[in-house]
Ligand binder design. Sequence first.
Ligand SMILES: Cc1cc2nc3c(=O)[nH]c(=O)nc-3n(C[C@H](O)[C@H](O)[C@H](O)COP(=O)(O)OP(=O)(O)OC[C@H]3O[C@@H](n4cnc5c(N)ncnc54)[C@H](O)[C@@H]3O)c2cc1C
Length: 336
Amino acid sequence: MPAPLLIVGQGVAGTLLAWECERAGIEFEIADAGHAGAASRVGAGIINPITGQRIVKSWRVDELIGPAEATYRKLEDALGVAVLRRMRVRRHFRSAEERLVFAAKTRRGELAPFVRSEDAGGTTTGAEAGEGFWVEPAFHVDLPALIAAARRRWRTQGRLTERTVVLAEERARRDVVVLCTGAAAGSLGGVTFDRVKGEALRVVPERPCAEPDVIHNDGHWLLPLADGDAMVGASYDRTATTLEPSAPTRALLETSATRLLGGGGFKVREALAGWRVSVRDLRPATGRVAGDPQVGFINGLGSKGALYAPWLARQWINHLTERVPFDPGVDAARLR
Ligand SMILES: Cc1cc2nc3c(=O)[nH]c(=O)nc-3n(C[C@H](O)[C@H](O)[C@H](O)COP(=O)(O)OP(=O)(O)OC[C@H]3O[C@@H](n4cnc5c(N)ncnc54)[C@H](O)[C@@H]3O)c2cc1C
C-alpha cells in the first residue's frame, strides 16, 4: 500500500517535514529527483540572527532560533552524525554609514539579545570596538551531511526513492502530496516563486582558520568548516538563467576569500551555484494549493532555509493531525 502522504523533494524543507512526520508517527514516503539542482546541496546553512546591509534582525528569529537548535540536535542523535555547530559572526563595518546605523539600532535595543553590549558602546575600547560587532549565537547547519544521513535512513526503511515525481501519477494513490521542490516549483495555485542565483566557493586554506567558530562577514562571508575547508560566499544574481558558475563572480569571491582569510593563500576545491527561492514579501510560503487541497507545499525559504524549515515542518504536523491553521505570516493565502 502506498503511504497516504508523499513528500516531493528532499532538500532541507522535505527532510525536516519527513523527520517531523516520523516523530509524529505519520506514515509518509519521500522522493527526490537526485538533488542535482538542490539549493540545500550548495547553501551554507548559516543561521545568522542579524543580517543585511541595513543590519536587521531576521524575521521571527527570537522565537525560532531556540527550537531550530533543539530540532537539529535531536536529528544529530537520531542520525548519528554531526550536523550543528554553534558559531559567532564577526560583522565588519563597510562604511561610516553602517557604523551609524548600527549605533542607532543598538541604542533602540533592536539587535538584542544577539549583539554584545560592549559593541553597542559599552566597555570595549580600541580598534575592535570601532570596526565591527559580534553576533551570537549563530549556527552552521551542515545541510549536505544532514540530507545524506537522512537519505540513508529512509532508504533503508523503504520510505525514500530517487525519482522525478509526476504529480498527476500520484493523485489516485495519495491523500496528500506536499511539494518541497525548491526552484522547480515555478508557481503554485496563484503563488509565484522568484529565483535568484547564488554562488559560493569551497576553498582549502593554506593555513587553518585562526578561529574555527567565527564566521567573518564584510559583505561576503567566510565560514570555516569542521573538516578544515572554508566556504566563501555568496553572490546575488537576479538576471541569471542558468546555474553555470560564472568566471567574474568566481574572481570576486576569490578576492573576498583572500581578504577574509587575512591574506592567506587557498585553493578552490569547488565552485557552487544554486537558486534561492522567494515570494514577493520575502517570507516563507506554505499551505495547501488554492483550489487543489490534495496538494500542499513548503517553499520560498530564500537565504534562510536552515532557520525556517523546522518551524514550517512542525506547522504541517499540527495541520495534518489537528487541522491547525498555518501561521498567517507564512500561510500562502496572504499572497493570493
Ligand atoms: C549560494 C547559496 C548560499 C546560501 N546560504 C544559506 C545560508 O547560509 N543559510 C541558509 O539558511 N540558507 C542559505 N541558502 C538558502 C538555502 O540553501 C535554501 O533556503 C534551502 O536550501 C531551500 O531548500 P528547499 O528544500 O526549499 O529546496 P532545495 O534544497 O532546492 O530542494 C528541492 C528538492 O526538490 C527536488 N525536486 C524538485 N522537483 C522534483 C520532482 N518533480 N520530483 C522529485 N524531486 C524533485 C530537487 O531534486 C531538490 O533536491 C543559500 C542558498 C544559496 C544558493
